[in-house]
Design a protein around this ligand. Structure first.
Ligand code: 2NL
Length: 354
């Protein structure tokens, strides 16, 4: 028979295991469970079971196997309870995961891609055409001096464009450029000929009605070299029209006047809708109004005074230049009938071009 001491210790060990079991029932986090396990089974002072086992040494040798067996039983039952509790928690977490009603197989919400603005598309398309001919793309500042915008371009101070009514004057006597020609002036002053550039960019004029906005994008083209002729101008325009509007269309040059070119000409392209016939389905073509031609810009041979202003010798070099409004090009290309659509930022309109 074990001694009374041994019986008391064995009872205490069984009680300890039972107490652990009920304490465990209230714990749901693995960290708490491991901490409770350490409070009962931890080595040395920290564990209640180890504390109890210190009494083992004071028992008669005959009692030790029975008490040791009870200690192992208590230890095993605590460890088994921990394992079981952790497994149950893991199962519960998995079940909760599986019970979620989120359907991860649903197709993702599409990412809506933006589109380039039609004026950007047209600018890039025209740039590509001229890059293909060996021209470079050049840009410059919107705020300019009167000299770069007018004087260097043979435009005298009594010219109407220089009136406050026609051009924006800003602080410090500067102006908002009324065309991109200052870019060409700066380019010529920076390097000797030959020059082959296109200058796209926004320009500003004091106009604001159904067919004019105070800001509009423009593109000018300039070629300067020895022996450049009017035929080079027409050939270049013809190539541009063929690439931009259509391969069979003609170009017509009508005498005109610009201060910075001499001679000067308005540029018409054959109407791409009626292919120059002026008629479609027996009625006047709605695009060219029956004339067979549409105006696309202005052009001419660079005036000798422009060359003098930039330090080029007009007896040695000649050149051609032309300019066009990019909004007009976009309206013609995409069949847009109201200029203001380009500036109202309505995505239902803007999203149609790519
Ligand atoms: C138009 C007409 C034109 C030019 C622009 C130019 C530039 C230099 C020298 C000579 Cl640096 N000319 N540019 C020439 C003729 C016409 O534009 O209707 N633009 C929308």
């Amino acid at each position: 028979m074990p001694s009374a001491d041994a019986i008391a210790i064995i009872a205490e060990l069984d009680r300890l295991a039972a107490e652990f079991g009920s304490e465990l029932g209230g714990l749901a986090a693995e960290q708490e469970i491991r901490a409770a396990q350490a409070r009962y089974l931890g080595k040395g002072k920290s564990g209640r079971l180890s504390e109890l086992m210190k009494a083992l040494g004071r028992l008669p040798a005959a009692d030790r196997p029975a008490v040791g067996e009870a200690a192992n039983r208590a230890k095993g039952s605590i460890e088994a309870a921990v394992d079981e509790r952790l497994r149950a928690l893991e199962q519960a977490a998995l079940a909760a995961d599986l019970a979620r009603t989120l359907d991860v197989t649903l197709p993702a919400r599409g990412r809506r891609l933006g589109t380039l603005h039609p004026l950007t598309l047209v600018r890039r398309e025209i740039e590509e055409i001229f890059l293909g001919l060996g021209f470079e793309v050049r840009t410059g500042p919107w705020i300019e001096t009167e000299w770069y915008n007018f004087d260097a371009l043979n435009t005298p101070s009594d010219h109407p464009a220089r009136d406050m009514q026609d051009t924006f004057f800003v602080e410090g006597g500067r102006i908002l450029r009324s065309h991109t020609s200052p870019v060409q002036i700066r380019t010529m002053m920076a390097a000797p000929p030959p020059v082959r550039i296109v200058a796209p960019g926004n320009v500003f004029r004091r106009d604001d009605d159904a067919t004019h906005t105070p800001m509009f994008p423009q593109m000018e083209c300039l070629l300067v070299d020895e022996g450049v002729s009017f035929a080079d101008l027409k050939g270049t325009l013809l190539h541009f029209v063929h690439r931009f509007f259509g391969p069979k269309l003609g170009v017509r040059l009508r005498p005109s006047y610009f201060p910075f070119t001499e001679p000067s000409a308005e540029v018409d392209a054959a109407c791409y809708l009626c292919e120059g016939a002026g008629l479609s389905n027996g009625r006047a073509c709605r695009l060219c109004k029956g004339s067979g031609w549409i105006e696309i810009g202005g052009s001419g041979m660079v005036h000798p005074n422009v060359f003098r202003a930039v330090g080029y010798d007009p007896k040695v070099v000649s050149g051609f230049a032309f300019g066009m409004g990019l909004s007009r090009m976009a309206m013609l290309k995409y069949g847009v009938d109201d200029l203001r659509a380009f500036y109202e930022n309505d995505v239902r309109f803007l999203g149609q071009f790519r």
